[in-house]
Design a protein around this ligand. Structure first.
Ligand code: ATP
Length: 274
């Protein structure tokens, strides 16, 4: 279990994350929602230590995450794979190589830097791409793929790290509704099949409602809601989004998902090949 206890992170006078205490159970799919600047990205960056822990404690099992350094910190970062809004692929490299780069956190760095991958790495990368229905694009340059395909390559790369956690920071913010749905389907499939905990920052609550077991609402660095999608009442939504409640709803995404995925999140059949 991942435990956050009274975690606070300041940047000068700004309190980005304010006394946040949360427990994340293994295998949960958690959506973190909130307005821009609510502290969602900082929360993920604290968990995988892209940002140093200010006050409070982050503990995973017996590991004090805030105290890690050197090799142990690199191993932790490999265990909690990050997915970013802008995919962060190496455009000029082919898709397969981009996926194998996911080994950088778990393998010796130099061979990976010189792209000397083992045949086992190649096979695992091909399997990961096949799960994400992208095997036929394996030898294409990354920048020839659509945004949604690139994000699924990023998910395949994350799988190469054999993560315990996937931290996805606005993974669908740059995508059209169809691709957003494919990416969320992929994350949900991996969460269910591999029992990997997924913590996913989302601007809009529609996607969180449709895909997550649990929703954490943040406002001004604080957790103002922590519950199931059904418990999100309009007054809670108002508390999370303030006067911006319009931005909480992206109807194009909701209607696309509703049309194709009528079942509740936990029971839905995923489209991703495996
Ligand atoms: N490196 C930094 N230096 C200074 N201030 C920062 C830094 N990172 C975040 N902040 C500030 O901390 C607050 C929370 O930012 P954060 O990016 O975590 O919010 P967010 O909810 O992820 O927003 P968005 O959805 O726009 O990414 C904001 O006021 C932001 O300006």
């Amino acid at each position: 279990m991942l435990e956050l206890r009274k975690v606070t992170k300041r940047f000068g006078d700004t309190i980005a994350v304010n006394a946040v205490s949360l427990d994340f159970l293994p295998g949960q799919m958690v959506g973190v929602i909130g307005r821009s600047g609510a502290g969602k990205s900082t929360l993920l960056r604290l968990i995988n230590r892209l940002a140093s822990v200010g006050e409070g404690r982050i503990v995973y099992g017996d590991t004090d995450v805030g105290a890690l350094d050197g090799k142990a910190l690199r191993a932790w970062r490999a265990r909690c794979a990050m997915i970013f809004q802008q995919f962060n692929l190496v455009n000029r490299l082919d898709v397969l190589t981009n996926v194998m780069i996911g080994r950088i956190g778990t393998a010796a760095t130099l061979p990976v830097m010189f792209k000397r991958f083992s045949s086992a790495d190649r096979a695992n990368a091909a399997l990961a791409l096949d799960r994400l229905d992208l095997l036929s694009q394996a030898l294409q340059r990354a920048d020839t793929l659509s945004g949604g395909q690139q994000q699924r390559v990023a998910i395949a790369r994350a799988l190469m790290q054999k993560p315990s956690l996937i931290l996805a920071d606005e993974p669908i913010a740059s995508l059209d509704p169809r691709n957003a749905r494919l990416v969320m389907d992929a994350l949900r499939t991996i969460n269910k099949q591999d029992k990997i905990t997924v913590i996913c920052n989302l601007h809009t609550l529609d996607a969180a409602r449709a895909y997550c077991d649990r929703i954490v609402g943040m406002a001004q660095g604080r957790v103002v809601f922590d519950g199931t999608p059904n418990q999100l009442t309009s007054s809670v939504i108002q508390q999370i989004y303030g006067d911006d409640t319009d931005m909480a709803v992206d109807e194009s995404l909701t209607s696309t998902m509703a049309a194709t995925n009528p079942a509740p999140a936990g029971e839905r059949q995923m489209e991703v090949a495996h």
